[in-house]
Design a protein around this ligand. Sequence first.
Ligand SMILES: *Cc1c(COP(=O)(O)O)cnc(C)c1O
Length: 258
Amino acid sequence: MENNRFPSPDCIGARFQLVQDRIRAACERSGRNPEHVQLIAVSKTKPLSAVQEAWEAGARCFGENYVQELTQKQANLLQISPSQAADMEWHMIGHLQRNKVRSLIGAVAMIHSVDTVSLAAQIEKEAAKQESTMNILLEVNIAEEPSKWGFSAADVFSAAEAVSHMSHLRLRGLMTSAPLTQDPETNRPYFRRLNLLAQALFTRGLILPGENGFPVLSMGMSGDFEVAIEEGATMVRVGSSIFGERTYAPDRGHDPSV
Ligand SMILES: *Cc1c(COP(=O)(O)O)cnc(C)c1O
């Protein structure tokens, strides 16, 4: 959802810069170090040329929802521009079916959307086969929306406990997609709750710290990333504010076609 307080320039590079400016401003307001907030440019449904344009503007992390789209873009970019391909990382952020896990091992820096223990077990199995490890986040349905994937806040402790026994997984933190809203302030309590949940897991030793020593909090999208940053987000996943509107709605829940 475009935030209409901010007029949107019509090229990807300018929009990417604008999002970065807004991230820096949100960090300043909340006394946070901008280096602790990673911008993931969500390129789903957009062509590879859009990914390359964002790269030119400085984007290095890209998020995709569908395994096939992600691996196709990676393969195509490797053909067109190996140097760009080597200079970016990919994040899987959409609902993931167990039979699609294999091709993600070694291909993505992190899987944000681990929403069942059986999916975690599948990632463990495939990572072990390929003698690799995978960084994962547990997805939490923090507002308990019936249409959404993710653990309930109550179930996330036992899930994290189960994952801690899977030696090829590295649980780095939590991810959520807050409700669609016109007023991002209404999502502030959800972001705060996810932060508290991550702190509680971290204190129990169930989340391994990332590079900066903190748990990862992947929260905040085009409509609400500034509020998410004020509440501690360390990764924001921004699509339409960078790449423009998509022809179909963001994947915010059960999509019968996948
Ligand atoms: C599509 C999507 C985003 C980006 O949404 P925008 O509102 O376009 O910024 C972020 N996270 C997930 C899980 C998504 O599916």
